[in-house]
Design a protein around this ligand. Structure first.
Ligand code: ZN
Length: 310
């Protein structure tokens, strides 16, 4: 099963405690384009189609909290063959029309149908709204793969609103367009973890963080190994060149004209080809600092080049 589904199944079981939060989450779940509200003789009917059983269950439970009975039907989506589709349907009579108005699914008494932003004023409601958004339109990669979390919207207003809600929790999200949809996405692993924490997916968060820590440790170790390998390669390259220069120069002119401190360094270089300059400095009499050895080595190389005539 996909990690998105794991997260959805977990979120479907997290029920908001407060009335305000219930409305916020239900509102987010019903903002999907598939919600149809129709006027009927004795009130309104509402149908919402979702692709996930857990999400359908959550809508069913939230309706129940509002005192509404609903039915869930399972159908097959024709275009994609096997994919199931879940349709939650309920009926609003004159007694509970206010719920529809509060959710801004129909006009209120003043013929206004506002945007739902007032439902997300409080921090508790912001969390629940984001949870509803993920349940109805969220995807997150398994942490073993590339880090990616996205929420897909058909309208710009809601996408921008959700981006602002995320910013409230210090989660920076970007928006891009994909096939007439707007995709709000988060790439930073730490922020995806924050999202899971904010919406209350604690089990998924634990799994996510475990993998994230292992991955980041592996990266650090790889970086260190690469770095050490690169340094060693540099040392050896330089050493091979130095030994070659020394050998060619000594063959031509012999060792006797070489001042003793340079002769000492030349012999050490030949004896310890894999040592860094710092390590060679520890062997000279008296010991030399890294920069001291580097200076002496440069002069030795220059002398050798002059002798060879390059
Ligand atoms: Zn609330």
């Amino acid at each position: 099963m996909s990690f998105s589904n794991d997260v959805r199944n977990e979120l479907a079981r997290v029920m908001p405690e407060k009335e305000c939060c219930c409305q916020a989450e239900l509102s987010a779940l019903l903002t999907s384009g598939s919600t149809v509200v129709e006027f009927e003789e004795d009130g309104y009917s509402l149908q919402v189609r979702v692709e996930n059983a857990a999400t359908a269950r959550k809508i069913f439970k939230l309706f129940k909290r509002n005192g509404l009975q609903s039915t869930v039907r399972i159908g097959n989506r024709k275009r994609f063959g096997k994919t199931k589709i879940y349709e939650v349907a309920t009926h609003f009579s004159a007694d509970n029309l206010s719920i529809l108005q509060e959710l801004h699914l129909i006009e209120d008494n003043n013929n206004r149908r506002q945007f739902r932003s007032h439902l997300t004023r409080k921090t508790c409601c912001k969390r629940c709204f984001l949870r509803g958004v993920f349940l109805s339109r969220g995807f997150v990669n398994r942490p073993e793969n590339d880090y990616h979390l996205e929420l897909v919207f058909t309208g710009e207003k809601l996408a921008v609103h959700v981006q602002k809600l995320l910013a409230h929790f210090d989660i920076e999200a970007r928006i891009f367009e994909r096939k007439n949809n707007l995709v709000v996405y988060v790439k930073e692993s730490e922020k995806i973890g924050d999202f899971l924490r904010v919406v209350g997916a604690s089990r998924a968060l634990l799994e996510f963080e475990n993998v994230r820590i292992i991955k980041s440790m592996r990266n650090t170790v790889n970086r260190q190994v690469n770095c050490e390998t690169a340094n060693l390669a540099k040392t050896i390259d330089a050493s091979v060149r130095q030994i070659d220069l020394i050998n060619r120069a000594m063959k031509k002119e012999g060792w006797k004209n070489l001042p003793p401190q340079f002769k000492e360094l030349a012999l050490l270089r030949i004896e310890y080809p894999d040592y860094t300059l710092k390590e060679l400095g520890e062997l000279t009499q008296p010991p030399l600092s890294k920069s001291g050895v580097a200076y002496r080595m440069r002069r030795l190389e220059k002398m050798a080049e002059d002798i060879i005539g390059i």
